[in-house]
Design a protein around this ligand. Structure first.
Ligand SMILES: CCC/C=C/C=C/C(=O)SCCNC(=O)CCNC(=O)[C@H](O)C(C)(C)COP(=O)(O)OP(=O)(O)OC[C@H]1O[C@@H](n2cnc3c(N)ncnc32)[C@H](O)[C@@H]1OP(=O)(O)O
Length: 258
C-alpha cells in the first residue's frame, strides 16, 4: 500500500483529511509538516490507482460533449488542487521519499518544499506510458525544480526511471539517506530546526520564494516590500535578533503561535 492520488483526493484539503493526516508528521508548534508514506509500505507513491481510474477519468458522466468535458475539468481541477494545497500551505512541507515515486507521486513531491530520499528511491514521470500528458503539476513545477529543460523533457517524453544519485545531482532531492530510518531521523531534525525559528519569518520566506519563482525580479521585490512593511513589525524580529546578539539558541526563545 502506498499513497495513491485517490486517497489524497478524498478530501481536497489535504491537511484536514483523516486518511492523509496519517501520512503527515506535524512538528511541535505546528510550523512544519513532513509527508511520508505509511511506514511499512515499500513505495512512497505508485501514482494514480489504475484500478479505480476508469470511473473517474475514462467514463466521465454527462449527457453531451460539453457536459462530459465540464465534469472532466472538475475532476482534473480537484486532482490539481490536491497537490496545490501543499504549495499554498504557508508552513514548509518536507517530503521523505523511499522506493517508487511514480506519475502522480512526482506531481506530489514537486509541490513540496524540501525533498529527501533514500538510496533505494526512484522516480518516473510515467504519464506518457499510460497515454496522457501529466496534468496535475509535474510539467508545471518540475522545470523550475530541476533547472535543465533538456532533462525534464527527456524524463517526461521517455518515462525512464531516475534513481536517487541522479535525482540528487540534478537537484530534484537535496539529500540522500542510506535507509528509511536515517531519512526520517534527518527529516525530523530538519523540521525541528525550522520549527524553532520565527513562524513569521519562515512562512513569509515560503510565500515569497514561491511568488518569486512565478514572477519577475522587480515584481517579486515589490511583493516582498509590501509584505515586509507589515511583517517587519513583528515581535519575532526583536526576539530573534536579541537571541543572535546574545548567542542564544532559538530553542530558548518562545514565539507566539501564528
Ligand atoms: C486527472 C488525473 C491525473 C493523474 C494522473 C496520474 C498519472 C499517473 O500516476 S501515471 C503512473 C501510474 N502508475 C503506474 O503505472 C505504476 C504501475 N505499477 C508498477 O509499475 C509496479 O506495480 C510497481 C513498480 C509500483 C511495483 O512493482 P512490484 O513488482 O514491486 O510490485 P507489483 O507486483 O507490480 O505491484 C504490487 C501490487 O500493487 C499494485 N499496484 C501497483 N501500482 C499500482 C497502481 N498505480 N494502481 C493500481 N495498482 C497498483 C499491483 O497491481 C499489485 O497488485 P496485486 O497484483 O493485487 O498484488
Amino acid at each position: 500500500m502506498a499513497l495513491s492520488i485517490q486517497t489524497l483526493c478524498r478530501d481536497t484539503h489535504i491537511f484536514n483529511s483523516g486518511a492523509v493526516r496519517k501520512a503527515f508528521v506535524k512538528i511541535p508548534r505546528l510550523h512544519t509538516y513532513i509527508l511520508y508514506a505509511i511506514y511499512k509500505c515499500n513505495n512512497l507513491c505508485t501514482g494514480i490507482d489504475l484500478m479505480s481510474m476508469a470511473s473517474d477519468i475514462l467514463q466521465p458522466e454527462g449527457d453531451d460533449t460539453a457536459r462530459i468535458s465540464w465534469n472532466l475539468r472538475r475532476v482534473i481541477t480537484q486532482y490539481q488542487e490536491t497537490f496545490s494545497v501543499i504549495e499554498k500551505c504557508p508552513k514548509p512541507v518536507i517530503v521523505a521519499i523511499h522506493g517508487a515515486c511514480i506519475g502522480a507521486g512526482v506531481d506530489l513531491i514537486t509541490a513540496c518544499d524540501i525533498r529527501l530520499c533514500t538510496q533505494d528511491a526512484w522516480f518516473q514521470v510515467k504519464e506518457v506510458d499510460i497515454g496522457l500528458a501529466a496534468d496535475v503539476g509535474t510539467l508545471q513545477r518540475l522545470p523550475s525544480v530541476i533547472g535543465s529543460r533538456s532533462l525534464v523533457n527527456e524524463l517526461a517524453f521517455t518515462a525512464r526511471k531516475m534513481y536517487a544519485d541522479e535525482a540528487k545531482s540534478c537537484g530534484l532531492v537535496s539529500r540522500v539517506f542510506p535507509d528509511k530510518e536515517t531519512m526520517m531521523a534527518g527529516a525530523l531534525e530538519m523540521a525541528g530546526d525550522i520549527s524553532r525559528k520565527s513562524p513569521v519569518a519562515v512562512q513569509g520566506t515560503k510565500i515569497n520564494l514561491i511568488y518569486s519563482r512565478d514572477h519577475s525580479v522587480p515584481e517579486a521585490l515589490n511583493y516582498i516590500n509590501t509584505w515586509n512593511m507589515s511583517m517587519l513589525q513583528t515581535q519575532d524580529l526583536m526576539k530573534s535578533a536579541q537571541a543572535a546578539m546574545e548567542k542564544k539558541n532559538l530553542k530558548e526563545v518562545t514565539f507566539s503561535k501564528l
